[in-house]
Design a protein around this ligand. Structure first.
Ligand code: FEO
Length: 162
């Protein structure tokens, strides 16, 4: 069993993970339009990861005897001006997601919901990785600035993501 409040918060988080998928897919579209196919591939894989994050919550709710109620997903930002802006925005988005996960963890602790606490630990660890990978790319882009060669090399590098 899981509390109604926790079930609602997890349903909200499913929406947020699916929004992340949508946002990263929009970013992949921008990168593709700029002919950075490697970066677009990296971002498409990121979008797929977000889908899997949503689905882990999806399965968890049923394992705990609750139902998934899908919510409206807003259109993501689509007026990016540069690659740096894309990755900076994504990094900022991940910081918000970390706050959301921490709030869920705080609720699980408050409710003595040990099963949710154990389950959420995976997301706490995942957010450390998520923040680090975007932060690293932002820092590289800040060094590259407007160097065409630098961007082409980074594009090649990010395109290796499997
Ligand atoms: Fe689902 Fe990028 O955190």
């Amino acid at each position: 069993m899981i509390s109604k409040k926790m079930a609602k918060e997890i349903n909200d988080q499913i929406q947020r993970e699916l929004f992340s998928e949508y946002l990263y897919l929009q970013m992949a579209a921008f990168l593709k339009g700029e002919n950075f196919d490697g970066m677009a591939k990296w971002m498409t894989i990121q979008a797929k990861e977000e889908h899997s994050h949503a689905m882990k919550f999806f399965e968890f709710l049923y394992d705990r005897g609750e139902n998934v109620i899908l919510q409206k997903i807003d259109s993501p930002k689509n007026d990016f001006k540069s690659v740096l802006e894309v990755f900076k925005y994504a990094y900022g988005h991940e910081l918000t997601v970390t706050k959301n996960i921490n709030n869920l963890m705080a609720l699980a602790k408050k409710e003595n919901d040990y099963a949710s606490e154990s389950f959420l630990k995976w997301y706490v660890d995942e957010q450390v990785e998520e923040e680090a990978s975007f932060d690293k790319i932002v820092k590289i882009l800040q060094k590259i600035k407007d160097s065409g060669n630098g961007l082409i090399m980074l594009d090649k590098q990010l395109g290796k993501r499997e």
